[in-house]
Design a protein around this ligand. Structure first.
Ligand SMILES: Nc1ncnc2c1ncn2[C@@H]1O[C@H](COP(=O)(O)OP(=O)(O)OP(=O)(O)O)[C@@H](O)[C@H]1O
Ligand SMILES: CC(C)(CO)[C@@H](O)C(=O)NCCC(=O)O
Length: 405
């Protein structure tokens, strides 16, 4: 089992980029690989024991023969775009009783590229097996167990079993999200933060006072809204199909149509485009309709009255020339504002004043976090807090990993 006291993040860097989680102690005889396979992304959380199969040439783990170390370069090569979310040299942690600890690492793949994901997991199992055999030469072989959640745990079950020769333990997606979130909130320092534009990040205390009830709004391909009333008590109270997949899909369609080759930017590039876009070129504002504020009902002239509401007036040439930067910003506002409003309404209906936003759609993006925070603050008149997480995209994978610990 793992010792949770003293869990910490591998490094303190910017909010974008996922940090691995360091555990001071961990038993070798538990499954080490968990996966959350969603409609857009497959997220893998895998444990590497310090001193047994560390991943970096920068640290020579005591007691491990060099061939047991998976080099960072190897992992980079295996990770999508040559980049895993947490690739950096592990620092050695040793608990007071001399047992080795280890760290939980994170990497994601597009669900469409399952072949790459399976190859990565196969390499992890191979490493794990040889490390285990070196430690326990006379013991039984290390069982290949994959802890899985998300829709893909069902959809890809047979393929994973066939191609990896694994036993799969399936766990409910909503339960894993909550388990992962509760763990991160309770044990990982500087995990939870509030976001205000142009202000320093405010980290929440860990664990928070009056932890329950809270709401989790998980923004993946679609959006699930959960009311959490206790450590293992939750109810999915709402959801919406306008989520991360909507932004990604509409952006792909529009960017693809504008490009003569039909090629589309990567998701990260799409988000980047939004930072230099001006949504008012495509969105119809209150001021476009009224020529001024509509103060009587609390609408400023700059409030978006109709997302994409200017586009129908454009002629074909202007429409074709619409900047993809502007489109990206408008769609990002559209999805985030809508989720913010639904989140607020649910929080109000259930008397909840703390909302955690999770899911990979957020991926530490300032405009998304600002829009969600602004919406919650605006609608609740400051009475409800929007909170974000550094491992927002990995709640399900962390939850699945913990289910078997
Ligand atoms: N690098 C990326 N590549 C693809 N999508 C990304 C990327 N970064 C963020 N996203 C966004 O994250 C969304 C997926 O989030 P997440 O992985 O939490 O959901 P999922 O588990 O795939 O979906 P669901 O839970 O609905 O099945 C995508 O739809 C996209 O909007
Ligand atoms: C179907 C799931 C739960 C898969 O994660 C998710 O994509 C979702 O919550 N979609 C929204 C479905 C709805 O409530 O309309």
């Amino acid at each position: 089992m793992m010792n949770l006291a003293g869990v910490h993040l591998g490094e303190e860097v910017s909010l974008r980029g996922i940090r691995d989680i360091v555990f001071p102690e961990h038993n070798d005889h538990v499954p080490h690989i968990a996966i959350d396979i969603g409609g857009s992304l497959a997220k893998v959380a895998y444990f590497t024991r310090q001193g047994v199969y560390a991943r970096s040439g920068a640290v020579t783990p005591t007691g491990a023969s060099p061939e047991l170390s998976m080099s960072e370069a190897t992992l980079r090569a295996r990770a999508p775009n040559g980049h895993a979310d947490d690739m950096r040299p592990p620092s050695r942690t040793e608990s007071p009783n001399g047992q080795s600890g280890g760290r939980l690492n994170f990497v994601k793949f597009e669900t469409e590229k399952m072949t790459e994901c399976i190859a990565f997991i196969r390499a992890l199992f191979d490493e794990q097996e040889s490390a285990h055999a070196a430690l326990h030469p006379d013991g039984p072989p290390c069982p290949r167990i994959l802890l899985a959640t998300g829709g893909g745990a069902h959809k890809f079950h047979d393929r994973l079993v066939e191609e990896l020769g694994v036993t799969i333990y399936k766990y409910d997606e909503m339960e894993c999200l909550v388990k992962g979130l509760n763990f991160l909130v309770k044990y990982v320092p500087r995990e939870v933060f509030a976001y205000r534009e142009d202000e320093p990040i405010q980290f929440e205390e860990t664990p928070p006072a009056g932890a329950y009830p809270y709401m989790l709004v998980n923004i993946g391909s679609g959006v699930s809204i959960l009311k959490v009333t206790g450590e293992n008590e939750c109810e999915r109270v709402s959801g919406t199909s306008l989520g991360g997949g909507t932004y990604w899909g509409l952006m792909s369609m529009i960017a693809g149509a504008q490009n003569p080759t039909g090629a589309t930017p990567s998701f990260d590039d799409m988000l980047q485009l939004s930072t230099t876009g001006d949504n008012t070129h495509v969105d119809m504002l209150v001021g476009d309709i009224y020529g001024m504020d509509y103060g009587k009902i609390g609408l400023k002239s700059t409030t978006i009255a109709s997302t994409f509401g200017k586009v129908f007036k454009m002629n074909a040439d202007d429409r074709a020339a619409t900047s993809i930067h502007d489109v990206s910003r408008s769609l990002l506002y559209m999805v985030s504002n809508n989720i913010g409003q639904i989140a607020y309404l649910n929080a109000r209906a259930h008397g909840i004043t703390r909302i955690y936003f999770g899911g990979y759609f957020i991926c530490g993006h300032p405009i998304t976090m600002h829009t969600l925070s602004y919406a919650i603050n605006f609608w609740s008149k400051g009475s409800t807090r929007a909170l974000f997480l550094r491992h927002e995209g990995y709640l399900g994978a962390v939850g699945a990993f913990l289910q078997h610990q």
